[in-house]
Design a protein around this ligand. Structure first.
Ligand code: FAD
Length: 414
């Protein structure tokens, strides 16, 4: 695009100014809670939902509240990847930033890293914390924001952070010319498989371990319910159990996005029978009953990343009248990276911490800010990619455990 008269390209972020955060899911809320306390910034938070209704149980990773490299790398698989991907000074920088997180916010993170809680409890607590601070530096807007709205609201030097989740509003607008192409230009998407996410409540303690996925599926030749291991949650009277069942692309297409056990039994008997066999084995072991019906969600399991997690391409393209040439844009949370097999909230929170640290660094040239954020997101992507591929591979091997030839075919060793 040729330079226009009076057009501008930003080289530095003004010290202080307006930060627009699109999306008040967990990541947008955490970012807001951090930026709100930084001198000189005025934060505008936009959200389309009126209420926080997502009740699924989630847990935050302990690395979020780590205070040493050792405590950061305790996960036996992820810990190795962290050491392979990040240099020690990078890890030290992340840990140092944690020390500057306001105490009220850190207390919440510590609490969530201990056990399970519903996703909407995290969202509500963050939202309440932000409101309770009564800061003049925050303005909240309840609205569906379009890409055009987002561009129109920008004044030169404003920062825009897209936290709108996996169907990111701006991901595919971050490359000049991509708005004219039909979607997906800035997204690398790896479709791992299709699955049903099945959740049920059980009126007894049931602590699922690594053996459950095999022994409770022993008569399930085709559809195996793979429960979340060590992540069943017992609240004193009820166990919340979640797991997934692999389905084909055709089955996925033939199902509504949400349904219950009754619907499954009527329409997909084989899948329902596998599920019921698994549950019968739990009952034999622990003598409890299912409470209510199954809650079932059909989802594609996508591993994806934004090839550009910032508007660096607009900066590189030179002066232009496009708003992204004069206002830096960042993606955070599921907008930037997603994996079905990684603790994505924790990953999004960590990226939000890193971005808040960069924004706090007032004298950093914009190019350096972009480069550092892009490199950080890329390294997080490597970490997520390695773990996700390994889990998918383990899952493929597991599906073939009763068929030695199929198993050997997948066991590439040398
Ligand atoms: C079944 C299931 C189970 C999961 N379990 C776990 C788990 O155990 N642990 C874990 O860490 N993660 C889990 N996840 C993933 C986790 O829920 C997401 O990683 C997390 O919610 C991402 O947070 P986010 O803030 O980036 O995006 P989101 O939570 O998607 O939030 C985006 C926000 O932006 C708003 N928004 C979107 N578009 C607009 C617009 N145009 N205008 C205004 N507002 C807009 C949305 O309303 C929403 O509030 C699970 C996901 C699923 C589907």
């Amino acid at each position: 695009m040729p330079p226009q008269s009076g057009s501008t390209t930003l080289e530095t972020v003004p010290s202080g100014g307006r930060v627009h955060v699109l999306g008040a899911g967990p990541v947008g809320l955490l970012l807001t809670a951090m930026l709100q306390m930084m001198e000189g910034f005025s934060v505008r938070l936009y959200e389309k939902r009126r209420e926080y209704t997502r009740t699924r149980m989630v847990q935050l990773a302990s690395y979020l509240v780590a205070d040493s490299v050792e405590s950061y790398s305790t996960d036996s698989i992820d810990g190795d990847s962290v050491e392979a991907v990040f240099d020690p000074p990078e890890l030290d920088e992340g840990l140092a930033f944690r020390q500057s997180i306001p105490a009220d916010l850190m207390a919440l993170l510590r609490d969530w890293a201990l056990g399970f809680c519903p996703l909407n409890a995290i969202e509500r607590s963050l939202s309440d914390l932000i409101d309770a601070r009564r800061s003049n530096a925050l303005q909240r807007t309840a609205a569906v924001v379009t890409a055009e709205d987002a561009m129109a609201m920008l004044e030169p030097g404003d920062i825009l952070i897209d936290c709108t989740g996996s169907k990111s509003l701006l991901r595919d607008q971050l490359v000049p010319g991509s708005g004219e192409v039909d979607g997906g230009t800035n997204t690398l998407n790896i479709r791992l498989e299709y699955a049903l996410v099945i959740t049920f409540l059980y009126g007894q303690t049931y602590d699922c371990n690594e053996y459950c996925k095999y022994y409770k599926n022993i008569e399930n030749a085709h559809y195996k319910f793979i429960p979340m291991v060590h992540r069943t949650h017992y609240d004193g009277s009820i166990s919340h159990v979640t797991g997934i069942v692999n389905i084909s692309a055709e089955e996925y297409e033939a199902m509504p996005s949400r349904f219950d056990g009754q619907w499954l039994r009527r329409n997909f008997r084989d899948v329902a029978q596998s599920m019921d066999r698994f549950i019968d084995k739990i009952k034999q072991e622990t003598h409890g009953e299912i409470l209510g019906d199954l809650e079932i969600l059909r989802i594609p399991l996508n591993l994806y990343r934004a090839r550009n997690a910032t508007s660096r391409q607009w900066l590189a393209a030179g002066p232009s009248d496009h708003p992204f040439a004069s206002s830096p844009v960042f993606l955070a949370g599921d907008s930037a990276i997603g994996s079905p097999y990684f603790q994505s909230i924790s990953l999004g929170f960590e990226c939000a911490m890193y971005l808040a640290g960069l924004i706090a660094h007032r004298d950093l040239p914009l190019r350096d800010m972009f480069d550092r954020y892009e490199l950080y997101i890329y390294k997080q992507w490597l970490r997520v990619y390695m773990r996700s591929k390994m889990i998918k591979h383990n899952k493929d091997l597991f599906e073939s455990l009763d068929d030695p030839l199929a198993l050997l075919d997948k066991l590439h060793i040398y």
